[in-house]
Design a protein around this ligand. Structure first.
Ligand code: PGA
Ligand code: MG
Length: 236
């Protein structure tokens, strides 16, 4: 049997703000949604406080921000309006962050598995990655509605690792915001934070195990170093 330290690792990516720069399309679809209530548009700066828990929470928070707290029975129609607009425009102006595709090619060449663990609805994540021809990179793609729980609950990440056929002791989570770093900590998996996404605080405040500022840094050597350092950290 291959010793566990020689097994190629699994890299689990968050989607919005980590794999893909989705902000223009999220803001547009959100503003289209709240315009139905006559509310003023939100901005990119607002998005960092709104995104991260899926479309429902994003819409609720945007309405509250605009001084219009929602009755719970108003939400389903607004979520439907958001999903129709967002899915209808995909891929819109969404693109992978610089260096991502080259980094994924590099990791795949080293026999790594890759997966996505996002709080976006699974169907929207899958549709978007399909439009960008990126689905083929991933052994599993799970969303905020794939399980009965979602990030930061550890079971969203452990369930993703299981679906991807990964080994939890050889897995790493990469994300842009608190839910990603928290889900990794809750699952006992090392985390890498990226500073170019939608965190409303500097990512160093989230206490990730590592920060990378560009995907050029994401190499097998870096991942092996992180796994080694994390194993030492949890052993003491
Ligand atoms: O859609 C959201 O609210 C968050 O999505 P993410 O988990 O991919 O950042
Ligand atoms: Mg994110």
């Amino acid at each position: 049997m291959t010793p566990s330290h020689a097994r190629p690792p699994l890299i689990v990516f968050d989607l919005d703000g980590t794999l893909l720069d989705t902000h223009t399309d999220l803001v547009e679809s959100l503003n289209h949604t709240i315009a139905a209530l006559g509310l003023d548009p939100v901005s990119y700066d607002d998005l960092t406080h709104l995104v991260g828990h899926g479309a429902r929470v994003m819409i609720e928070r945007a309405c509250r921000l605009r001084g219009h707290p929602l009755e719970s029975d108003a939400l389903p129609a607004l979520v439907e309006r958001f999903v129709a607009h967002y899915a209808g425009n995909m891929p819109g102006r969404t693109e992978p962050y610089p260096g991502l595709v080259a980094a994924m090619d590099r990791l795949k060449s080293a026999r790594y598995r890759l997966a996505v663990c996002t709080n976006k609805m699974e169907s929207l994540a899958l549709g978007l990655l399909e439009k960008l021809d990126l689905v083929r990179y991933f052994d599993a793609i799970t969303g905020g509605d794939s399980f009965t729980v979602r990030k930061p609950d550890a079971r969203h990440l452990t369930g993703t690792i299981e679906r991807a056929g990964g080994d939890i002791t050889r897995s790493v989570m990469i994300g842009d915001s608190i839910n990603d770093i928290a889900v990794a900590r809750n699952a006992g998996v090392p985390s890498i934070a990226v500073p170019f996404g939608y965190s409303d605080v500097p990512v160093s405040n989230l206490d990730p195990d590592m920060i990378i500022t560009h995907y050029d840094e994401l190499t097998p050597e870096l991942v092996e170093r992180l796994l080694r350092e994390y194993a030492v950290k949890v052993a003491v």
